[in-house]
Structures are given as C-alpha cells and as structure tokens.
Write a protein that binds this ligand. Structure first.
Ligand SMILES: [Zn+2]
Length: 243
C-alpha cells in the first residue's frame, strides 16, 4: 500500500512538472487551434464562392450562346418572310420572330443577373483571400513561437513522459482513474501532502485520529473537505523512490 501511495505521489509530481512545462507554452496551443478552425472555415467559404462564381459565369456563357442562336434564327425568319406566298405564312413567321425576341430579352436580363452574381462572388473571393492570407501569417507566427518554446522543453517533457509511463504501468487501473478524476476536478492537484496537520490542497484541518491513520500509509485517504488524496509527510519526503 505504501508503494501505491508513493507511486500516486510520484505521478502527481510528474504531472505537476508537465503542467508547468505546458504553462510555458501559454495560450499558444489554444490560440493555434482557434486559428486553425477559422482557417478551415475561410477555406470552405472560398471554395463555395469559387463554385458560385464558376457556375454563374458558365450559365452566363450558355445564355449568351442561346441569344446568338436565336438572333440567327430571327434573321432566317426575316429572309423567309420575303419568300412567303400568303399572309398566313407571313404572320406565322412574325409570331416566331416575336417569340425569339421575347426570349432574347429574357435571356439578356438573365445574363445581367448572372454577371452580377459572378462579379460579386469574385470580389468576395478577393476579400476572403486577403483574410485568409492574414490569418495564415498569424498562424505561422504562433506556430514558430510554439516550436521555439517546445524546442527548449522537449527534452524535459520527453523524460517526464517516459517516467510517467513507467509509473502508470504499475498503478492499478481503478486508482489511476480515481487520480485522474480528482486531478481534473481539482485543477491538476489530486495528491497532496499533509502539512502541519492540514490538507496541502485546501488547507482544511485533518482530524487527529485521521492523521494517526494516515501515518500508517495503509490506505488511500481523501480530504474530507476537498476530496483530494492526502498522503503523510513520510510519503511526500520519500518521493524519489516510487517503486
Ligand atoms: Zn483538502
């Protein structure tokens, strides 16, 4: 049991050191994640705008092609009108020409609308590209700042993680789960020593009877006040030999 308590205490020491290293990185990792989310969203916007622009230009070109074809047709009807033999045929051609003209007017309006849509998308694309460029610049700066900090902490972090692995391997799953749960709930401090008869985490007094029991190092004691695991001085001082 004493071994178990030593292991948990050692685990806490390592995790606290890792937390300190993490603090050196400040808000950089969080800021980078935020910027990456923004970057992805801008890229989505950009590709949607590009699709809108391409589609509108294609539709405009199609309408343009239709207008050319209709004009040719109208010209043909005009020529045919000189060759008709009666009014009925003449009127039929006039109706065809009017219909073609109506369609041309409709298509010209459509072209104008599509042209406007495509142009708007194109200017939005430019705006989004500028934002994206700025964002990528900021992201690059934050990433190199983080890389700079990581370079100095990397070696220590590696050692600590290795040590952590070794201890975690020996701690019972249930104890580890309890430790992690308390750590999450208590801002990283799950195991604390007793100091002058008080919990090292919340400073609440530990009852004398409990202090006596605690010194036997025979089970996991939780602070009645904050719920952290409290260990005796003996465990805390002998922190270097968790095995
Ligand atoms: Zn406490």
């Amino acid at each position: 049991m004493e071994t178990k308590l030593r292991q948990l205490f050692a685990l806490q020491q390592i995790d606290s050191s890792l937390d300190e290293l993490e603090e050196l990185k400040g808000d950089l990792p969080g800021r980078i994640r935020e910027l990456e989310v923004q970057e992805a969203s801008l890229k989505d916007q950009l590709s949607a705008l590009e699709t809108t622009m391409r589609t509108a230009f294609t539709q405009r070109d199609n309408a343009d092609g239709e207008i050319v074809a209709l004009r040719e047709k109208a010209e043909k009807y005009k020529t045919q009108q000189f060759q008709v033999r009666n009014n009925r045929e003449y009127d039929a051609l006039t109706r065809e020409m009017d219909a073609a003209q109506d369609t041309i007017v409709r298509l010209e309006k459509e072209m104008e609308m599509l042209e406007g849509k495509a142009t708007l998308a194109r200017s939005d694309i430019e705006t989004v590209k500028v934002s994206l460029g700025e964002l990528e610049g900021a992201l690059g700066e934050k990433r190199s700042a983080l890389a700079e900090v990581s370079k100095t902490t990397e070696e220590e972090e590696g050692k600590l993680r290795h040590e952590r692995e070794k201890i975690v391997h020996r701690v019972a799953k249930g104890d580890l789960a309890q430790y992690e749960r308390i750590r999450r709930a208590k801002k990283g401090k799950a195991v604390v020593p007793v100091r002058r008869g008080a919990c090292g985490g919340c400073f609440a007094r530990v009852p004398p009877q409990k202090l006596l029991e605690l010194r036997q190092n025979s089970k996991i004691y939780l602070c009645e006040h904050c719920g952290r695991i409290i260990v005796s001085d003996e465990i805390a001082v002998g922190k270097t030999s968790p095995v």
